[in-house]
Design a protein around this ligand. Sequence first.
Ligand code: CTP
Length: 401
Amino acid sequence: MLKGKKIVLGVSGGIAVYKAVELLRLYVKAGADVFVIMTKNAQEFVTPLTFQTLSGNPVHTELFDLFQEKEIGHISLADRADLFVLAPATANLIGKVAGGIADDLLTTTIMATKAPVLFVPAMNVNMWENPLYRQNEEKLKSVGYQVMEPALGMLACGWEGKGKLPDPADILAETERLLHPRDLAGETVLVTAGPTREEIDPVRYISNYSSGKMGYAIARAAFLRGARVVLISGPTCLVPPCGLEFHRVGSAREMQQVVRQFADEASILIKAAAVADYRPAQASLRKIKKEQTDNLQLTLEKNPDILAELGQNKGKRLLIGFAAETDDLLENAARKLRDKNLDLIVANDVTEAGAGFDVDTNVVRFLFADGSREALPQMSKDEVAHALLDRIKRLKEQRNN
Ligand code: CTP
């Protein structure tokens, strides 16, 4: 995604400078060409040599040295960037830019660029809450600069609160989003992901092997493409993607409640969750002891079919389901497409190599409501997610014409 992109990484002086080193590493790994500008204060924390070694490009620090180059340094850096990222962005840097001050290489270059600019603030919580700082941040946003929310936690100064530089992986995700074409802007995409858990007693449950990876990949991809994303997830080991609206649920009935809450706001509903079809008719309030019986009989009752319910009240929304099968893949998927009133179903045979529950790849077929079908080769779940969103976008366009 970042392959060949030119990023100017502006580093100003705060303890979080060490995290900018990790961010640079992630950018380089993702294929970006990174040019680092450091303020004088930033160099007190980490030397330019570290950034130079990792970026493979000279680190820029001085305004006037660069004036002596053939190209005017700050202008050439400003012009060649696809994106500017200021991480960490101190209160001082943000204050200067908000006040239109350009008194060093970094502030001059920010002022001169026409590329999108992302500020990633990191500072003491009291500074972050200071009304003067807040006004400065609002000023930046009002003229189109992007500003990320700092993370919450223990700060280097000993205070606890907002002000930590966000995780470099989250800054990377935000960077990708800013550089990605925003072809789903204006859409609200509701995605369900992962398994559900149906309680037997306080220590046991019925569930399935779903990892949630496919649904999370779709949520991430839709977010990258500019959509507002509501991700409703059953229990998984995955870290909730940054920037989207995230709701954790346990059972199928909990998932149904949260889906109902947000369904009306969504223009696109994608049900990638592996909802448990049955739950114990009576969950025991106390732990079931094995002395009680040699043959434990569980009576199961059917869970609501959340997707079928959505299909009955679809309105203008696009409704997409998944069919993970072991037998008669296309017949079963076609039946679900019809019975649940879907626009598109993503079918995969979970016994096929590279298409199972806990792997990073998938082999899928798309079945459309008009009867057309498409078979895709083995792809990463991220690629499948984008391929699916491409088809959804096409369906939207067809509907609007
Ligand atoms: N689904 C749902 N609620 C359920 C069961 C399934 O919303 N109680 C959704 C899934 O999220 C998926 C689609 O329906 O998008 C198909 O799920 P799947 O488990 O493959 O099919 P079922 O309809 O449950 O049928 P079966 O288990 O008999 O194959």
